[in-house]
Design a protein around this ligand. Structure first.
Ligand code: NAP
Length: 314
């Protein structure tokens, strides 16, 4: 066991985790970032980022994350590429298990994010960032005036379709059943939108295109017949999974396993804070995650000062 006790341990190294690290490091706190084996978060799967302020000519996702990491390191954050597999928040300092080691923190910021669910096709994986996307707000503006498809039948799929319908020429929603599970109001809006059409009882068998998405191969699940649909982009909107498995039984998670927060960034365990998509299923943006990381670091700093003041009194 390492015998160092960090003021703050950040778990995760997407925009939330690295912004938390930057703020904590500037507050002169001793900080460790346990970045994850696949460090950098969802932006590592993104090519062009046009909506992160400060980059008038856009920036590549991995480049943005690389710069954030360098900034955190330059300010004094220690960063290791390990996955946290277990935590013990019932003891102080908190214990975090990663690789073969146990790390000790007076406070913890969880910024492990959420992963988009994918269909699991090889062609889908190969074309992520080349027309395959899990975020219409991020990538929709690249497809102005084009034809696009969305997979899914829940709220996310219809929100994505309605957002895309304002930009794209045509939006096809491909759903595996003939009933949507989205809120009725979203269904009404989607049905009333002229350039949204539904392809029912169907699944995407393959994403077509070598360098970029050129279409999708669709299978009608009732007839087993396949057909090609020409599209320039495919948005997968079948839900997200927060990376919170290792927290079960340690702090409060909601029915979908997202971290429950109260008073800004506080979790149900005093001294443990959270930021970004592991708690925020609504906005899921790099810039909102970065803002939340800043808030969590400031809250952790306040909490640490409070603890020091309490100890001084006793
Ligand atoms: P969802 O309601 O679970 O819908 C997922 C959709 O994708 C369903 O229509 C499902 O089809 C389809 N689907 C799932 N796996 C598929 C696959 N492998 N291939 C093809 N289709 C597949 O998820 P959502 O649309 O993301 O909406 C979730 C709602 O809950 C939203 O309103 C969201 O804002 C909210 N939310 C709340 C929380 C919270 O913590 N309170 C967290 C996240 C999201 P079927 O209809 O056939 O099952």
């Amino acid at each position: 066991m390492g015998n160092q006790i960090y003021d703050v341990i950040v778990i995760g190294s997407g925009p939330a985790g690295l912004t938390a690290a930057i703020y904590a490091a500037r507050a002169d706190l001793k900080i460790l970032v346990i970045a994850g084996v696949e460090a950098g978060g969802q932006l590592m799967l993104t090519t062009e980022v046009e909506d992160f302020p400060g980059f008038p000519n856009s920036v590549q996702g991995p480049k943005l994350m690389g710069e954030m990491r360098k900034q955190a390191e330059n300010l004094g954050a220690e960063i290791i590429n390990e996955n946290v597999t277990k935590v013990d928040f019932k003891v102080r300092p908190f214990k975090l298990f990663a690789g073969e080691k146990v790390y000790l923190g007076k406070s913890v910021i969880i910024a492990t994010g959420a992963n988009a669910k994918w269909l699991g096709l090889e062609s889908e994986k190969r074309l992520i960032g080349k027309g395959v996307s899990a975020c219409a707000v991020c990538d929709g503006p690249f497809f102005k005036g084009k034809s696009v498809a969305v997979v899914g039948g829940g709220d996310s799929a219809l929100r994505e379709a309605l957002f895309l319908a304002k930009l794209a020429k045509a939006v096809s929603v491909i759903h595996r059943r003939d009933k949507l599970r989205a809120f009725p109001i979203l269904q009404q809006r989607a049905f009333a939108t002229k350039n949204i059409k539904f392809i029912w009882n169907s699944e995407v068998e393959e994403v077509l295109g070598k360098e970029r998405v050129e279409g999708v191969l669709i299978k009608d699940l009732k007839t087993n017949k396949t057909s090609n649909l020409a599209v320039d982009a495919l948005f997968i909107a079948i839900g997200h999974k927060p990376n919170t498995e290792f927290l079960k039984g340690q702090l409060e998670l909601n029915e979908r396993n997202y971290i429950v927060l109260k008073n800004h960034s506080e979790t149900s365990v005093p001294g443990v804070f959270a930021a970004g998509d592991a708690h925020d299923w609504r906005y899921q943006q790099a810039v909102t995650a970065a803002g939340a990381g800043c808030m969590a670091a400031m809250d952790a700093q306040d909490w640490l000062e409070g603890e020091t003041a309490k100890r001084a009194k006793t």
